[in-house]
Ligand binder design. Sequence first.
Ligand SMILES: [Zn+2]
Length: 280
Amino acid sequence: MRNAKYVEPRMILKFVKPPCAAVIAAMALSVMAGTAAQAAECPRKDALGTSRVLSVDAATTPRVGLKSFPQTLPLQDREVVLTFDDGPWPGTTPKVLAALARECVRATFFLIGRSASAHPELVRRIAAQGHTIGHHTWSHPNIKYMKPDAAVADIDKGFAAVEKALHGTTTTPTTPFFRYPYFEMTPATLDLLQKRGIAVFGADLWASDWEPMKPAQQLKLLIERLQIARKGIILLHDPKAQTAAMMPAFLRYLRANHYRVVHLVPAAAASSAASAQNPK
Ligand SMILES: [Zn+2]
């Protein structure tokens, strides 16, 4: 059953020219590789699986993703992080979740607050399947063209909406991961997020899935880019039907070509997961 067609939030997509990285000193990458909090057991022996958990500490890695910043996560050759923006969307997010579940792969979803508010059950479902939930503002505006107060208000409303969907309260974000719509950011909001201990995610490569194309074309384009990059944080959009349709084939490609999927978690969550699973 198809829901109403997903409409990209109306804005000029300026992905070709990534914004200036602003002043980011060479921050020490102290993202730790989690060893105890490994991927959950997978019932399928031939599934892709999640190879490891990477804990991201905003205090030491406040900004990652080479399309926007000088640094990214410490991924090894053929390690990828799957990220999905702009959901949840009832028509397509369940298909993406099903593809990920079949291959026992965990991803990070950067949710739009207003969509989370409209589909809280879907937000809880994403979390229940073990994925990490990041934040992507309330209404998907271009922060750069907003008055400072309005920009902060939209960011905060987004945090609150996702938290409300997840936990019934609107406290500070339990997962301090944020991605700017269109990767358009301002120094003031970057400073604010850093002060609050919220990590800002760019991407290392993307599927350009905001451009309409057939799933097969989408898959080909993404594979070509991955073959060049060989690793990185991949940006996808779960509300896009072409992306949802190609996910099973893309995950099989990753497995067949010996790529490994890394699951991101916030630093605090990683240490508590480790202590719970590995009391030694
Ligand atoms: Zn977006």
